[in-house]
Design a protein around this ligand. Structure first.
Ligand code: PRP
Length: 206
């Protein structure tokens, strides 16, 4: 049996629909319930519903063989896992955004509010700029509005949140989409089962 960590919420629902189309159905998964483990012995899969930011950890530790995670969270986590497939769902962009009239003061470090401190540090290091990071857990767009930060590093999907708060994108860092990841040992020991899932998912993601 292959265990699959799915992120709770919007992305998880989309990922589950892809898996369902590929034949890995566990019908009660879409029911409103507080259950966290769903199993279908016939199709040989078991799903665990976890917080999106925890998927890569479950997979890295081998508690789940494979998982679905956004490239943003995967890069931020630095998890030592294999990336098997771009699932083409959950598409957005990692960006630097700020107030519409923002002008960088090159005489001091840029104050960056973000849920992604590691990504922000790497990006600014690659552009030879000093930063001071303020780690936040949500509603990042508030930080520049309240003058707590100069900019934010965050994901932009439709751009609505930025627009409605009179912020705009200044730099694009990388495109984001959901990835299928695998635990390194599971990939070796359950090679056939995992390859079958990847093959079937490829057919529905093309
Ligand atoms: C994410 C992100 C932005 C928003 C972007 O937040 O942090 O705030 O979505 O989407 P948009 O471009 O379509 O407006 P999320 O919904 O995860 O909530 P959060 O603020 O609690 O992190």
């Amino acid at each position: 049996m292959v265990s699959i960590a799915l992120p709770k919420g919007r992305l998880g629902n989309k990922a589950y629909k892809l898996l369902e189309k590929s034949g890995y159905t566990v019908s009660e998964l879409m029911d409103e319930s507080r259950k966290l483990v769903f199993e279908n012995a016939e199709s040989g899969v078991k799903y665990f519903l976890v917080k999106p930011s925890d998927v890569a950890i479950y997979v890295e530790y081998g508690a789940a063989d494979i998982g679905v995670v956004g490239k943003d969270i995967l890069l931020e986590s630095g998890a030592d896992v294999y990336e098997l497939l771009d699932l083409g769902i959950g598409k957005c962009r990692m960006c630097v955004a700020a107030k519409e009239d923002y002008v960088e003061d090159t005489g001091r470090p840029v104050v960056v509010a973000t849920k992604f401190p590691s990504i922000a540090k790497k990006y600014y290091m690659s552009t030879n700029r000093e930063i001071e990071v303020i780690k936040l857990y949500g509603s990042i767009e508030l930080a520049p509005l309240l003058n707590m930060s100069d900019v934010i590093v965050d994901i932009v999907e439709t751009g609505t949140t930025l627009r409605e708060n009179r912020l705009k994108v200044f730099e694009e860092i990388f495109p984001v989409s959901a990835r299928l990841i695998a635990n390194k040992a599971s990939y070796k020991f359950k090679e056939k089962e995992i390859a079958t899932i990847v093959g079937k998912l490829k057919e529905v993601t093309l």
